[in-house]
Design a protein around this ligand. Structure first.
Ligand SMILES: NC(=O)c1ccc[n+]([C@@H]2O[C@H](COP(=O)([O-])OP(=O)(O)OC[C@H]3O[C@@H](n4cnc5c(N)ncnc54)[C@H](O)[C@@H]3O)[C@@H](O)[C@H]2O)c1
Length: 286
């Protein structure tokens, strides 16, 4: 059977990830509705899309005509019910809280047509656990984008035991139009990317704690020795120490002690040192 082509997309949550996901969906030629809890958040998301596109023009990647076309395909919508009423795909990009996401998927199950594909951008929660309340398991999938979505090429597609092949084909098809490279991963805690990413990060933190080397030298080890574009501690500063702690706590519960968050991380988060966003983490960003 031919998979359903995706023409209309709703993105729920216009924050760090949601606005960028809306942008790449519009660049893929889809009509996009961007929803958030308040008109200010939606307006901010739309402004950020505009700024990303201006940046693309400055770098010679886009023309003014491309920008206008993309902007004409994205609309903000305050009403959740209206935003999702008539779309082929919903991508949920709200905060990493299981109860919030489950509640949204329960509503999506009631408010969208039965054939609408429902995707979550969760970076660590179980996709089946989060999407089950929709009551439409064959149409539910994880679409894990990377930050910033308009630049990063990877899309990690998470299939649950009940995601259909048809749904996966539709997701592959829009991913290709978005210019993404897909990896397919089973619905297992931390998927592939978060699990590997935090493994390196957690070991780097333990090494810092044990006084093996400075943060700069630990990062340089991976940058120059292994050609990583950025060392694990600097990357943790960019992702957010609080975000990494939440992922580690989840993985410790699901997979055991090897993901136990190091004391140095807990202490930094307690002190409000969350990385670049607060001006200090493993590095000072002032
Ligand atoms: N930040 C990253 O680097 C990153 C990378 C990959 C995946 N993720 C995942 O993406 C998701 C979103 O993360 P983020 O960093 O964009 O968060 P964020 O806090 O920047 O944005 C979340 C947005 O969702 C909105 N929201 C909250 N409740 C809502 C509701 N009921 N309906 C509509 N909108 C609602 C918030 O107002 C906010 O604007 C999380 O699951 C996170 O784990 C984040």
């Amino acid at each position: 059977m031919k998979s359903r082509e995706i023409h209309n997309v709703a993105v729920i949550g216009a924050g760090t990830m949601g606005h960028g996901i809306a942008q790449v969906a519009a660049q893929a030629g889809a009509s996009v509705i961007l929803n958030d809890v308040s008109p200010e958040f939606i307006a901010k998301g739309l402004e950020r899309i505009q700024a990303n596109l201006e940046g693309g023009i400055q770098r010679g990647k886009l023309t003014a005509g491309d920008r206008d076309q993309v902007l004409s395909r994205v609309a903000g919508e305050e009403s959740f019910e209206t935003a999702v009423a008539d779309v082929d795909l919903v991508i949920e990009a709200t905060p990493e809280k299981e109860d919030l996401k489950r509640d949204l998927f329960e509503k999506l199950g009631r408010l969208t047509p039965a054939e609408t594909i429902l995707a979550s951008n969760t970076s660590s929660l179980g996709v089946a656990r989060v999407t089950d309340p929709a009551g439409r398991p064959a149409k539910c999938v994880g679409m894990h984008f990377f930050n910033p979505p308009h630049i990063m090429k990877l899309l990690e597609v998470i299939r649950t035991d009940r995601t259909s092949e048809d749904t996966l084909r539709s997701v592959d098809e829009i991913a290709e139009r978005m210019g993404k490279q897909v990896i397919r991963v089973k619905d297992f805690p931390g998927f592939a990317t978060s699990r590997l990413g935090v493994t390196l990060g957690v070991e780097a933190m333990r090494m810092l704690e044990e006084g093996v080397a400075s943060a700069e030298d630990i990062d340089k080890a991976m940058e120059l020795g292994y050609k990583h574009p950025m060392g694990p501690l600097r990357l943790t500063d960019l992702v957010g120490l609080d975000v990494r702690l939440a992922i580690l706590e989840h993985l410790e519960r699901e997979l055991g002690d090897r993901f136990k968050p190091p004391e140095i991380l807990r202490k930094a988060v307690k002190q409000g040192k969350l990385g670049k966003k607060t001006g200090e983490g493993f590095y000072s960003w002032t």
